[in-house]
Design a protein around this ligand. Structure first.
Ligand code: AMP
Length: 308
């Protein structure tokens, strides 16, 4: 496999200042897989769902080339459910409900075909599950990237620190970076986090863009595209991660220069994600949409200046 993704495949219910969704399909693994499938690499997902999960959604993932040998279906159990409510700025949210259901006892098993992934993306899931996946790899993948959230910092910080020692890239948001490091300054937070294991760190700042740090004191910043309307920010962070790892898997170049491009590609995928509820917009992104969006990022950040 060129890319193996681990992450929740779930139901979400979302409230924004503009409306409420019914129970819709979400999950970190879902957003990452759909965003990265844009690059048409050989990819598979490791996760678990209940018997209540819609089979037509799985068929859609299959059509996008996302292999599901690593996806367990527990017919008699319920899928993971998460509900969140966005504040007026659409940049911050409260979690209203987290029902782990099938995730509570999830024991990931890597099919033989997944045991030597070139790229491994550990999406938001219990850190002990992320660790079990790393341990089943027969060789160290070129890049292990990991995403996580405050929920796991609150209840499983020790396990989280163990995983951090084994990953190359960590992507988290600004609040989580502060919680993980105990530092308010994001630069100080990055320095501390990079000492915990990863060589690269991406700090996502929602509508304020994303910062990429490495452990040689280099920094890169990508803005978020100023969009007229943000419909539903859920999954933006995961779509970012999917675009980021998808770009790396498709170029197979893990230099800092190429990671900068991956941050732009991730930001482009996140900008599509927020335009509609759930995964809808991500599913309809065409090559022209993508090229145009990346061009907008280039235009947004390019300027000429003469310095004496
Ligand atoms: P994001 O908006 O990118 O941070 O990701 C939102 C997605 O994360 C939603 O689709 C949820 O289903 C999923 N999610 C929320 N909480 C958790 C959790 N504790 N573990 C795994 N996935 C979660």
């Amino acid at each position: 496999m060129e890319l193996v993704t681990v992450g929740s495949v779930a139901f979400d219910a979302i409230e924004t200042p503009f409306g409420k969704s019914d129970k819709i399909v979400g999950g970190a693994g879902t957003y990452i897989s759909i965003a990265s499938s844009f690059f048409k690499k050989k990819s598979g997902i490791v996760s678990v769902v209940g018997g209540d999960f819609p089979k037509d959604f799985l068929a859609m993932l299959d059509m996008r080339g996302i292999d599901q040998q690593g996806l367990q279906i527990k017919e008699d159990e319920k899928s993971f459910f998460w509900s969140g409510k966005y504040h007026n700025d659409m940049n911050t949210r409260d979690t209203l409900v987290t029902e782990l259901n099938v995730l509570e006892k999830f024991d990931p098993v890597l099919p033989d075909e997944y045991k030597n992934p070139e790229f491994l993306m550990l999406g938001n899931l219990a850190p002990d599950v992320q660790l079990k996946v790393i341990e089943q790899c027969e060789r160290k993948p070129q890049i292990i990237a990991m995403d996580t959230m405050n929920f796991w910092m609150d209840i499983a910080m020790d396990d989280l620190k163990k995983v951090l020692k084994k990953v190359d890239v960590l992507t988290i948001n600004d609040e989580e970076a502060r919680q993980l490091s105990g530092e308010y300054s994001l630069v100080k937070a990055a320095q501390k986090i990079l000492r915990m294991g990863p060589e690269f760190l991406v700090i996502k700042k929602g509508e304020h863009g994303a910062l990429l740090f490495n452990n040689e004191n280099e920094v890169f910043f990508a803005p978020a595209l100023p969009l007229e309307e943000v419909f539903d920010p859920t999954g933006a962070g995961d779509s970012f991660a999917g675009g980021f790892i998808g770009h790396l898997a498709s170029t197979k170049d893990i230099s800092f220069e190429n990671m900068k491009r991956a941050v732009i590609v991730g930001s482009a995928m996140a900008s599509f994600c927020v335009e509609q509820f759930g995964t809808e917009r991500l599913q309809s992104v065409t090559q022209e949409d993508f090229d145009e969006r990346v061009r907008e990022f280039v235009n947004l950040t390019q300027f000429d200046i003469s310095l004496v």
